[in-house]
Structures are given as structure tokens and as C-alpha cells.
Design a protein around this ligand. Structure first.
Ligand code: ADP
Length: 691
């Protein structure tokens, strides 16, 4: 086990420093104009909201009780009317106007603030997805897909809520507190002391709340992780759950996790419901004290140490403005909630962002088969090269493994030196263009791993793999992968039409590529024919336009495989990797598949992971792997004559001997028990690590 048994995602997430600051720097800066417009509009709208109580107070004193002059803050007295009816009309106009201003600027603020929040969210989501696609296979081996989904969905939404709501509500709160306090002090600083005495108390109370609630949020997030793991396990392993009758056990796990989540959430809410009414109580106290002291003041003159005069109008202004405090204060707990969520989400976003990508183009990477491609256009952009192009875009397809060793990196994303036990050691062989090489050996011998290295899904730990003399690490990943076709045992089909699935990877988007649609259609049909898939496709209700995948018709294993073959026919790579299916299809289908594969392999360098020894007899050479090493090599006949592992495997399959000799079985058993125990312990630790 690695010293640090958290996965890469967790490690990088915990290393993120001041995540929200980084969010503003990396994403906020380019959209800052929206934020500024939103903030300014917000301030204008809120300040306009302070006008009615002020004007009302002034009007009461000047127009109704005649106890004071008609003056307004900021506005020079010379501009104001002196006759009472005109003062009244102006007051009405001002109050009416301020509501219109509030309305208009609230609209502007809404548009700008949402533009800011959603643009940032969009950028975060697409960048995170791009980064996710660049990550090495090692990342996905850790099965962190659930977490990635959550970054793309929940975390991006949390940020949006924060950037829109929380940010603007805190701005509004700030404006209200400062604006109201200024007006109150301006009109009567003595009574203002009474009203504003609650503010420091509210501040302290909020500090206490934030300190108390923060650890509860941390605890809540960790149980959310547990809950997601429990859900994901049960869903992805549904077949195992059903066949093992463990529904009750899974329900119990989910129930436990869900109940912990409930308890953690309640513990946050309990605090929330102390805080919220507490704040309202303090605001209410401020209001009651203002009302009591102000009322006494009006009736009996300044109480206690106070000396200034208080008019009815000022008193009304005080009472109305104090009331306006309450609503934004009630938002504080929401702001804190949104802030906490956003901080955690932001850590995850940048945690994902910071995971280093190791398999990437080197600065001076060359195009595999570069010279020929520049004539015919890049193969991947849809530039049409003739079908069955003998030249394969300039790639001949000579493959050489030079003393290759490989260990699956335990936690390579965290520490590249940290590698597990070797899965391949000192593998050397070469294949000439057009050769077919069969890979044979017991399960776990390293056959798939060997070929994944050719596709550069992982990098060799030692040694080198060369295609046409170029180290695969020195050519562009794109040119390498478009020169190597891969037909997996289990074919992945996407939601879409048959035709889209066949041209996926070669003419993925016809509308964008500079190609003739009709020609591509012909090529797709041609490829399907070569893959023996045309007939069944033609018999489907909409032919090539039939939807398959999640929301379309379901295809059989044999049909899916033929689509995968058609896909590779269209790709027309110089090198081909076939993982022979072990699952049985009927004899007729098998014959069709075999025929199409033979056709496909005819003019390319082909590597077959052979499960049927008949495949080996047709190959130019076979490599027998055992425990990561090439133990035998040669043609079928040579291998039989050598009377080693191959001869034994062949004997078992041909029914000539009943079982493998004890020594092979024993060796295999030891190897597998060791590995199985190791893997099982790892899995258990993984699934029990919270979050
Ligand atoms: P084969 O194709 O011959 O059955 P593989 O190449 O799949 O063998 O596996 C070789 C060894 O590598 C096995 O011990 C297997 O457990 C291990 N292995 C395969 N894939 C991974 C992976 N993604 N991470 C860690 N170990 C792996």
C-alpha cells in the first residue's frame, strides 16, 4: 500500500489553498465587469430604498406638523420649494421615483449578477470536463467517476448559488447596514446609539455561529461522501447484489449512511434555528428599544444623558429604517450556508484541476507518419483518405517492444515513484508491418496490459515501445491513437444512431469536418459491409438511422461487436489490437465475426489476445506470457514441439489432456491468491474511507 492511502483527488483537494480567492482570480477576473455592474446596480437599488422613510420623516415635520424646515440630505436647500403644497408634491414624486429606481436597478442587478454567476459556472464546468478528459487512465482506475460527476454537477451549481445569491446578499447587507446607520446618525446620533447598539451584538453572535457551524459542515460533507459511495456501489454492482441476495445488506448500508446524513444535517439546522431567531430577536430588540426610547423622548423631552431634540418625523424615519434591517439579517445564515458549500465545492474543482496529467504530448512530439499525412490531410479531422489505403496515412506499422517493464502505479498521480509490483518485466519482441501476433497465457499474465501500453493508456516503467522506429512517448498521442485500432471484448456504444456510432472517432462530426456527407455515408455502409453488419442494420426499422444505446434499441453482443469492427474498418489504422471475445456467440455469428476480423487484419500489424487456439494457428507468431514475462515464443508448431506452457494450454483446449499439470496450476494459484487478497483489502479500505 502507498504511504498515503487517499486517492489522488482527495490529496489534491486538500492541498488547495484559498479556493474562493483562486476562483475569482482564475474565472472571476474575465467576467468582473458583470460583477461590478451588478454590485453598482445593487447599491443604487438599495440606497433608493432608503429614500421613502427619509422623505416621509421630512414631510411629516415640514408639511403636516409644521415643526421643522423642508430639508433633504445632500440636496441644497435653494433647490427645494418653500410652499407646503409644492413640498408635498415633491415628497410624493420622490417616494414614487425611488420605487421606480429600485425596480429598474434591481432588474439590472439581476441580469448582471446572474450573467456573472452563470458565466463563471459554465467556464468551471467545461474546464473541469476538459481536464477530466485529459487525466490519465490511472485516475479512472481508482473509480472516481462519481466524484467527477459531482464536480461537474453539484459543485458547479454550488458555486453559481454562491456567486449569485450569497455575494449579492452580502453586498446588500453591507449597503443596508452602512446606509441605514449613516442616515440614523445624520438625523439623530443619540437615538442612533440606542438603535445601533444591537449591531456589535449581532456581529459577535454571527462569529460564534460561524465557528460553531463550520465543523458540522465538514462532518456533513464526509457523510455525503459515504452516502454516495454506498449508492454508487449498489448501483454499479447491481448484478452482483441481485445474484448474491444482498439487497437487504445494501439497503442497510444506504440506510445507515442516509441516517448519518440526516443527523449531521439536523445538527446544522438546530444551530441555524438558534441563530436565525436569535438575529431576529436582536433586530426586534433594536426596534423595540428605538420605539420605547423615541416615544418617551417625544412625550417628555430627551431622557437621561440625551440632549438633542427629536421630532415626530425623525422618529418615524427611525422606526421605518429599523424595520428594514430585519430582512437582510435573516439572510445571514443562508449566506454562511452558501459560503461553506461554495468553499468545499471550490476545493474539489481545483483539486481536480491540480491533478497532473502525465501522458501528454511532449513539446517536440512529432506526428506519427507525419510526412504522408501532410499530403492527405490529418486523419482525425475527417480528411478523406481512400478506404483501405495501403499506406495507412504514412504509418507502416512496425512495432517493437524493447525490454519493457511495467507496474501499475499505485498512486502515481500523487507520487510517480510510487509503483506497485511489476506486471510486466523485460518484455521484448518485434512485429513487422502486416504481421499477426497472438498473445497467449493464463488470465492475469499481462496480455491486456501489454497492449494498453501500445495505445499509451499508461507509460512503460522501463524500456521502450517503438512504432516505425519512434518511441511512442515522442509522437503525438493523437497520431499514435489514430494509428492503432482497438476492438475490445466488450464494445462501448454511445447513445445515438448506428451510423453515428460507426463513424465515432473518424468522422465524429460531419458538419464540422470538411467532407462530403454523401461520401461519408457510403463509407459507413462500406465499413458495415466489411464488418458483416450491413445485413442486420438494414433489417432494423430505420436502418443506419436507428437509435441505439440507452434510449434506443438494444443490440446483441455479436451485433455490438460487429459495429465495433465497422468502426475500426472506417478508422483504417496501420495497427490493430483485438481482444478476442470469450463469451460464446452462436456458430454462425462467430463465423461472420471471424471473417470480418480476418479481412480487417489482412493488411495491418495485428495483435490478438487469443482465447481460441485456432486463432494462434493462423498467426505469424505467438507470444506466451506467464506472470508478466514472455516464457515462450514462436509459431504454433514450434511451440507445440517445445512442450512447455503453450503445449499444455493447447492440450487442455484440444481435450488431449484433462487438466494442466499441477505445477502450472499451483503457480497460477499462488499468484492469484496473493493478488486477490491484496486487491480485496484495497477495495475494502477504499470503500470504507469516508468521503
Ligand atoms: P491478462 O490480460 O493477461 O488477463 P492483465 O493485463 O489484465 O492480464 O493483468 C495483468 C495484471 O495486472 C493482473 O495481475 C491484474 O490484476 C493487474 N491489473 C490489471 N489492470 C490493472 C489496473 N488498472 N490497476 C492495477 N492492476 C491492474
Amino acid at each position: 500500500m502507498a504511504a498515503d492511502d487517499r486517492n489522488a483527488f482527495e490529496v489534491y483537494r486538500d492541498r488547495v489553498d484559498r479556493p474562493l480567492g483562486r476562483l475569482f482570480r482564475e474565472y472571476g477576473a474575465s467576467e468582473a465587469h458583470w460583477l461590478v455592474i451588478g454590485m453598482v446596480a445593487n447599491v443604487v437599488a438599495r440606497v433608493a430604498g432608503l429614500i421613502p422613510p427619509v422623505v416621509l420623516g421630512v414631510a411629516i415635520d415640514a408639511v403636516f406638523t409644521g415643526s421643522g424646515p423642508y430639508t433633504l440630505p445632500i440636496v441644497p436647500d435653494a433647490w427645494l420649494p418653500t410652499a407646503e403644497p409644492a413640498q408635498f408634491r415633491l415628497s410624493v414624486l420622490l417616494i414614487f421615483g425611488s420605487f421606480i429606481v429600485t425596480g429598474v436597478f434591481t432588474y439590472v442587478y439581476g441580469i448582471a449578477a446572474n450573467n456573472f454567476a452563470h458565466r463563471v459556472m459554465h467556464a468551471v464546468r467545461t474546464d473541469s470536463f476538459d481536464q477530466m478528459q485529459r487525466l490519465d487512465m490511472t485516475f479512472f482506475d481508482d473509480k472516481q467517476t462519481g466524484e467527477v460527476m459531482s464536480v461537474l454537477n453539484n459543485d458547479a451549481s454550488n458555486l453559481e448559488v454562491f456567486l449569485d445569491n450569497a455575494l449579492q446578499n452580502s453586498a446588500r447587507l453591507g449597503v443596508m447596514v452602512v446606509g441605514i446607520a449613516t442616515v440614523l446618525v445624520y438625523y439623530n446620533y443619540e437615538l442612533a446609539v440606542v438603535t445601533l447598539a444591537a449591531i456589535p451584538l449581532m456581529f459577535l453572535f454571527t462569529l460564534w455561529f460561524m465557528r460553531a457551524v463550520e465543523p458540522r459542515y465538514v462532518a456533513q460533507r464526509s457523510v455525503v461522501g459515504d452516502l454516495n459511495t454506498a449508492l454508487e456501489n449498489a448501483l454499479s454492482g447491481v448484478e452482483l447484489v441481485k445474484t448474491s441476495n444482498t439487497e437487504a445488506h445494501e439497503s442497510e448500508r444506504v440506510e445507515d449512511a442516509s441516517f448519518s446524513y440526516f443527523r449531521r444535517t439536523m445538527s446544522i439546522l438546530r444551530l441555524n434555528y438558534v441563530y436565525r431567531p436569535g438575529m431576529e430577536l436582536l433586530a426586534g430588540l433594536a426596534f423595540a428599544a428605538t420605539f420605547a426610547v423615541g416615544g418617551f423622548w417625544l412625550a417628555n423631552g430627551p431622557p437621561g444623558p440625551f440632549t438633542t431634540e427629536l421630532t415626530v418625523g425623525t422618529f418615524v424615519t427611525f422606526v421605518l429604517l429599523t424595520q428594514q434591517f430585519v430582512a437582510p439579517l435573516a439572510e445571514v445564515s443562508n449566506i454562511i450556508d452558501q459560503y461553506e458549500n461554495a468553499k468545499a465545492s471550490c476545493e474539489r474543482v481545483f483539486g481536480l484541476r491540480d491533478i497532473p496529467v502525465r501522458i501528454e504530448d511532449d513539446g517536440d512530439a512529432v506526428e506519427l507518419g507525419g510526412s504522408a499525412q501532410s499530403d492527405g490531410g490529418t486523419r482525425n479531422d475527417g480528411g478523406v483518405t481512400p478506404a483501405g489505403d495501403p499506406d495507412h496515412g504514412g504509418v507502416a506499422g512496425a512495432v517493437e517492444y524493447d525490454d519493457v517493464s511495467f507496474a501499475y502505479p499505485e498512486n502515481a498521480l500523487v507520487d510517480p515513484e510510487d509503483a506497485d509490483e511489476e506486471v510486466l518485466s523485460g518484455v521484448s519482441f518485434s512485429a513487422d508491418p502486416g504481421d499477426t501476433v497472438a498473445l497467449v497465457g493464463p488470465t492475469g499474465a499481462g496480455k491486456s496490459t501489454l497492449l494498453k501500453l501500445l495505445l499509451r493508456l499508461y507509460d512503460v516503467t522501463d524500456g521502450a515501445i517503438r512504432v516505425d522506429g519512434h518511441d511512442v512517448r515522442d509522437v503525438t498521442v493523437e497520431s499514435l491513437r489514430s494509428s492503432v485500432g482497438y476492438v475490445a471484448q466488450d464494445t462501448t456504444l454511445f447513445d445515438g444512431t448506428i451510423a453515428e456510432n460507426i463513424r465515432y472517432g473518424r468522422f465524429t462530426r460531419i458538419d464540422e469536418a470538411d467532407v462530403d456527407e454523401g461520401e461519408v455515408r457510403d463509407r459507413v455502409v462500406e465499413a458495415a459491409k466489411a464488418a458483416e453488419a450491413h445485413e442486420f442494420i438494414a433489417s432494423l426499422p430505420n436502418g443506419y438511422e436507428t437509435r441505439i444505446g440507452e434510449r434506443g434499441v438494444k443490440l446483441s453482443g455479436g451485433q455490438r461487436q460487429r459495429l465495433a469492427i465497422a468502426r475500426v474498418v472506417l478508422q483504417d489504422p496501420a495497427i490493430l489490437i483485438l481482444d478476442e471475445a470469450t463469451s460464446a456467440v452462436d456458430t454462425e455469428t462467430e463465423m461472420l465475426i471471424q471473417r470480418s476480423l480476418d479481412r480487417l487484419a489482412a493488411d495491418r500489424t495485428t495483435f490478438v489476445i487469443a482465447h481460441r487456439l485456432s486463432t494462434v494457428t493462423d498467426a505469424d507468431a505467438a507470444l506466451v506470457l506467464e506472470d508478466g514475462e514472455v516464457v515462450e515464443r514462436g509459431s504454433h508448431d514450434e511451440l507445440l514441439a517445445a512442450d512447455g506452457l503453450y503445449a499444455k494450454l493447447w492440450g487442455v483446449q484440444a481435450g488431449e489432456i484433462d487438466e494442466l499439470p499441477e505445477e502450472f496450476v499451483e503457480r497460477a494459484r499462488e499468484r492469484h491468491v496473493d493478488r486477490a487478497v491484496e486487491r480485496a483489502t484495497e477495495t475494502e479500505v477504499d470503500s470504507e474511507t469516508p468521503d
